[in-house]
Design a protein around this ligand. Structure first.
Ligand code: ADP
Length: 307
């Protein structure tokens, strides 16, 4: 039986100003999956370790994403999926995206690459639709393409890989409270003012330019969200204090990771990222809540084969 074991990375979506369109891929945090071709047609989730998630194909994002791929593939194929979860569901660092993107990437590899990475984004989005009711691509795109990605358009889908300045390091705190993407979406008002929109698209342009020109100051100035963060941050304990200490310790910017409750801070260099982590840890220790802190470089390759 042909099989591969992969690393399916966590991702940070939105990046403050880019709600639903920007995301980036982490290096040291992610799930593992074993995907096998089988002689019995159909998609089966045979094992899940590390999380209480459905084995039923149609209820698991990995199963749904692979079924979407097989619909476009000629031939009766059998796929078996084992998921070793390290990213907690509902963490805001792309737990569902890691499974959807990882599964379709691995199947495409086992089938000798009939689909482009951009096409895989479309299949993986079907998994995201199951997880949150909305087929967003801001986590699955960076997981599949690596680095930073921009969804320029959803209809038609147009995903662009951006440049990754080499000194960027992400610090992420995950408070162990669950904020469901669907709940985090329900607190968002559906209308924005023209003034807010102008502010926000100025920052998206600034951030993209900052990434391509490796202008760390510009990246920092652009990591600002005047639309979503004021509404969503109320769901995250100590958000304001975490942001304050992260910036005080030298982070370029700090915001909500995906739909929360994780908070990300982007820094130039590992030393600063570690100092930021220490300061955030101090804030959170006082809350009595359990939390994880991750420090990770940006993963420019995305999903990869491991042994
Ligand atoms: P995150 O932002 O961390 O991806 P979401 O809330 O978007 O978290 O997705 C988690 C939801 O998706 C949960 O309701 C979970 O039960 C569901 N889900 C289904 N299959 C998976 C999977 N393989 N991995 C993670 N979540 C899954």
């Amino acid at each position: 039986m042909k099989r591969i074991k992969i690393f399916a990375p966590a991702t940070v979506a939105n990046l403050s100003c880019g709600f639903d369109v920007l995301g980036c891929c982490l290096d040291t945090v992610g799930d593992e999956m074993i995907i096998s071709l089988s002689s019995e047609p159909g998609v089966r989730i045979t094992k899940i370790e590390g999380a209480d998630l459905p084995l039923e194909t149609k209820k698991n994002v990995a199963g749904v994403a692979v079924e979407a791929l097989l619909k476009d593939y000629e031939g009766a194929i059998g796929i078996e999926i084992e998921i070793y979860k390290k990213i907690k569901a509902g963490s805001g660092i792309g737990s569902s995206a890691a499974s959807s993107a990882g599964a379709v990437w691995a199947v495409n590899h086992l089938l000798d690459h009939p689909f482009s990475a951009h096409k895989l984004v479309e299949f993986a989005m079907e998994g995201e639709k199951l997880a949150s009711g909305n087929a967003h691509a801001d986590n699955v795109a960076p997981a599949l393409l690596g680095g930073f990605t921009l969804v320029r358009s959803y209809d038609p889908l147009d995903v662009i890989k951006l440049h990754t300045p080499k000194d960027l390091v992400m610090t992420v705190i995950h408070p162990q409270i669950e904020v469901k993407t669907s709940d985090a979406r329900s607190v968002i008002k559906q209308n924005v003012t023209l003034k807010q929109a102008i502010h926000q698209w100025g920052n998206v342009g600034g951030l993209v330019t900052g990434l391509f020109t490796e202008d760390y100051e510009l990246i920092g100035r652009s990591l600002e969200d005047v639309i979503i963060e004021p509404m969503r941050s109320i769901l995250i304990p100590e958000f304001k204090n975490v942001k304050k200490v992260a910036i005080a310790k030298g982070a370029l910017g700090c915001g909500i990771s995906g739909s929360g409750p994780s908070i990300f801070a982007l820094s130039k260099g590992m030393d600063t990222a570690k100092k930021v982590a220490e300061a955030i840890k101090e804030v959170y220790t006082k809350t009595g809540l359990d939390f994880d802190i991750h420090i990770s470089k940006i993963n420019n390759d995305g999903i990869k084969i491991i042994n």
